[in-house]
Ligand binder design. Structure first.
Ligand SMILES: N[C@H](CCC[C@H](N)C(=O)O)C(=O)O
Length: 277
């Protein structure tokens, strides 16, 4: 079977996007892993599926698979590419696109210069809902890893994140600590691990070791989780420019637990392709 796909990225976090509105294909974890292989397939961090909605109040269903074949609840960089994709493919003519994910609903707003603004919803801080093993909520938790005790913030943006604050993110042991913390027993569903370096109250640098992938050039939900961690720790103001390896995101959050985190950034189309399944 020949399947049309579009290769896209959000700040270097790269995706294969497949339209399952006009193509009727069953995507399995095995197909995801095969297509995600950077030598034997197309290669991507995540596969994004554009599907008809099950809820009449939304425009599309948005499904996300990591390169290891695991299906996940949310992908921020992917949401921006999703909005760009459905507009460029004329699957929607709207400037505001409502989608349903495994995490709930999200509104994707197309802005000028191919930028996209995403309402990422309110962060989830109750440990059991992240999920993270802890007696009660705290801004940071001591966690034992690599013969040391680190202070980590645990937050869900639909998907689980652990955020560490470091002095020098360029030289942080992202691969070593990321690989130890991603499957850590206190994260029963594993976690995306962010390494945040605060430059000022309105600017920071971030690297993310993603669950199911490893370090990526950028992580949208990770940027939102890092914003929340920075605000909980009293280090960041309501609007921050986050510098990721692949470029910058603007993140806003009032600091009120029930307020949504808003992410704005680019979405880029690289090429169109077809692959035999
Ligand atoms: N690896 C993540 C999913 C992709 C998130 C990331 N690419 C983003 O932009 O939010 C997880 O397993 O929860």
């Amino acid at each position: 079977m020949l399947v049309r796909f579009t290769k896209m990225h959000g700040l270097g976090n790269d995706f294969v996007v497949i339209d399952l509105v006009t193509q009727r294909i069953k995507i399995t974890p095995e197909i995801v892993k095969k297509l995600g292989d950077r030598n034997f397939g197309v290669g991507f961090d995540q596969m994004l599926l554009v599907e008809p909605p099950s809820d009449p109040d939304v425009d599309f269903r948005y499904r996300i698979f990591n390169a290891d074949g695991s299906e996940v609840e949310n992908c921020g960089n992917g949401a921006r590419c999703f909005a760009r994709f459905v507009r460029d493919k004329r699957l929607s003519s709207k400037d505001e696109i409502a989608v349903e994910t495994a995490n709930g609903k999200a509104v994707l707003k197309l802005r000028e210069q191919r930028m996209v603004e995403v309402d990422m919803g309110a962060p989830v801080l109750e440990p059991a809902q992240v999920p993270f093993v802890a007696e009660q909520f705290a801004a940071t938790y001591p966690i034992d890893v690599d013969n040391q005790t680190l202070d980590i913030t645990a937050v869900s943006m639909g998907n689980p994140h652990g955020v560490l604050v470091v002095d020098d993110v360029d030289n942080a042991p992202v691969d070593k600590l990321g690989a130890l913390l991603e499957p850590h027993e206190r994260f029963p569903a594993k976690a995306n691990i962010g390494f945040l370096e605060v430059i000022s109250r309105r600017e920071a640098k971030l690297r993310v070791f993603e669950r199911g992938v490893g370090e990526t050039k950028a992580c949208g939900t990770g940027a939102c989780a890092a914003m929340v961690a920075g605000r909980l720790r009293g280090l960041l103001d309501e609007t921050v420019t986050l510098h990721l390896l692949g470029g910058d995101l603007e993140i806003s959050w009032s600091g009120e637990a029930h307020d949504a985190v808003i992410m704005t950034g680019p979405a880029t189309t690289v090429f169109e392709g077809q692959i035999f399944l």
